[in-house]
Design a protein around this ligand. Structure first.
Ligand code: HEM
Length: 472
């Protein structure tokens, strides 16, 4: 049976759709007066976007709501014994295990203004124009003040709010095109594939190995048709990244027989696994190519002479970001029962760096990583980013990291060298990888179903047909 068709009106749009509205704001709230919080949810409910089709016109504004474990707890609708049925990972925030240490540690998150457990609710607003965004954010924040809900301002710059935007060319800071590869969800309820919708959506799994929890009782009723989300603000040091490319290119460009600029781009591609225009190295090993820039279907072990590529990764280095976060046909260690996948809904925040030195302005990625199990999907991939030890291909160098995203903290058992295997001669070693990414904060939330939002808002449980979408 197809899950999608049956339940689409009950699932929040953010889970199933990759929004392309260019303006967004991600508002963090605490339910200071929990008894009044249902009034806030009731005020927002008519604006909440489900995964139903929009028809021909894109709505001007989209809105989705996430609730944290402490948020659900504070609403008092589930007894402590029901709350225990939620997975441990959702209730905790295991920063250390996923490499958020040193400057990325929780003590430094949100500029020390509050802790993630103070956040009860996240409201995501997306809009087609800056004006529409401002208007909806104004409505949301005035409802919040009316209903005893306190807004938390997590950033130092601008309004203090997290304001993400999409660039026309789809690039993020560091200049790479993003938003290319996401799982194409298989909505067969019986599917046991890693990309099965039932391993992202609570309440359906056909496989005990990938079954999202809770799996029984009132907690299941509450969470059904929802997904978990790791909401992560990641600062990007664009000056350090570009400076590293220049420094390393100067060392090797003559040996490679490429110009300095070409070598910078070549190193950037090796670290990501895609050229900055999006072309995957596996399909376009020598240079970026418009024809391949949106390609997602390729493997790492079947290119050219398979034995040569699997052993030496001449095209795409083993520790390239996309190879670590989605190893495709790479052999995994047997402890990985289901290869982890994530739905990514990210976008940049902060202005583009226009100089070659750091200007002290905060910029980076607003990362929304959606899954059915934070531990088996999100945290597993975070672990792989910080230590490449998940496949036999890394042995004996299992202390390597993702070239772009690893936390290089000196207290982690890692070697901050990026290896680029070469078909002729020795591999190129990029020594002294700097810390490019710093976690500014992270929140785990449940994106509950429309029915659960209605229940919390004190609205009738049956679906109320929505007005047809307006806008262009
Ligand atoms: C600031 C930090 C990050 C940057 C700049 C970044 C950038 C990118 C870019 C440019 C791509 C290639 C485009 C695409 O495939 O859509 C990509 C792919 C991906 N990233 Fe990240 N990313 C970051 C952090 C993360 C984190 C923390 C995770 C996981 C927890 C992650 C998971 C993924 C996954 C799963 C893919 C798709 C790989 C594929 O299917 O080929 N990324 N990222």
């Amino acid at each position: 049976m197809a899950l999608f068709a049956e339940h689409v009106a009950n699932i929040q749009g953010l889970i199933l759709r990759g929004y392309t509205h260019p303006y967004s704001c991600h508002l963090l709230f605490s339910f200071d007066v929990p008894a009044k919080a249902p009034g806030f949810l009731k005020a927002l409910y008519p604006s909440v976007t489900s995964a139903e089709a929009w028809g021909t016109a894109k709505p001007q504004v989209l809105l989705n709501i996430g609730l944290t474990f402490t948020g659900i707890q504070s609403l008092g609708v589930l007894a402590p014994s029901d709350l225990e049925n939620f997975p441990q990972d959702f209730a905790q925030n295991p920063a250390e295990e996923i490499g958020d240490v040193g400057p990325s540690a929780p003590a430094n998150w949100w500029y020390g203004r509050f802790s993630s457990s103070d956040v009860h609710c996240i409201v995501h607003v997306y809009a087609l124009s800056a004006e529409a965004l401002t208007q909806k954010v104004g409505e949301v924040t005035s409802s919040a003040s009316q209903w005893g809900v306190r807004e938390r301002l997590p950033l130092k710059s601008g309004s203090g709010r997290i304001e993400g935007y999409l660039r026309e060319d789809g690039t993020v800071h560091f200049g790479y095109k993003d938003g290319i590869s996401n799982p194409s969800l298989d909505d067969d309820e019986q599917s046991q594939a890693p990309e099965a919708l039932n391993s992202f959506l609570i309440g359906y799994s056909a496989s005990s190995a990938s079954q999202p929890a809770p799996t029984e009782g009132k907690a299941l009723e509450f969470a059904k048709d929802g997904s978990y989300m790791a909401f992560r603000i990641m600062h990007q040091d664009a000056a350090a990244f570009e400076g590293f490319l220049t420094q390393q290119a100067e060392r090797v460009y003559q040996k490679l027989g490429r110009s300095l600029e070409e070598t910078r781009e070549w190193i950037a591609a090796k670290m990501m696994g895609r050229w900055r225009n999006g072309s995957p190295l596996v399909l376009s090993p020598e240079r970026p190519d418009k024809k391949t820039q949106d390609e997602t279907s390729f493997g790492y072990t079947e290119v050219g002479d398979p034995s040569q590529d699997i052993q030496s990764s001449f095209r795409c280095p083993f520790s390239a970001h996309i190879r670590v976060t989605h190893p495709r046909d790479e052999e995994l260690k047997s402890i990985v029962s289901v290869p982890p996948r994530l739905l990514r809904r990210g976008m940049p925040y902060g202005p583009t760096l226009t100089s070659s030195t750091d200007d002290g302005v905060d910029r980076g990625i607003v990362g929304l990583f959606i899954c059915g199990s934070l531990a088996r999907q999100f945290e597993m991939i975070m672990g792989w980013i910080n230590r490449n030890n998940f496949s036999p291909v890394y042995a004996p160098d299992e202390d390597r990291q993702d070239g772009v995203c690893g936390n290089r903290d000196k207290n982690l058992p890692i070697k901050n060298t990026f290896t680029i295997p070469m078909p002729a001669g020795e591999a190129i070693q990029l020594e002294g990888l700097p810390q490019f990414i710093t976690t500014r904060g992270m929140i785990y939330a449940l994106l509950p179903s429309m029915a659960t939002l209605r229940m919390l808002a004190g609205l009738p449980s049956t679906l109320v047909p929505k007005e047809p979408a307006s806008g262009s």
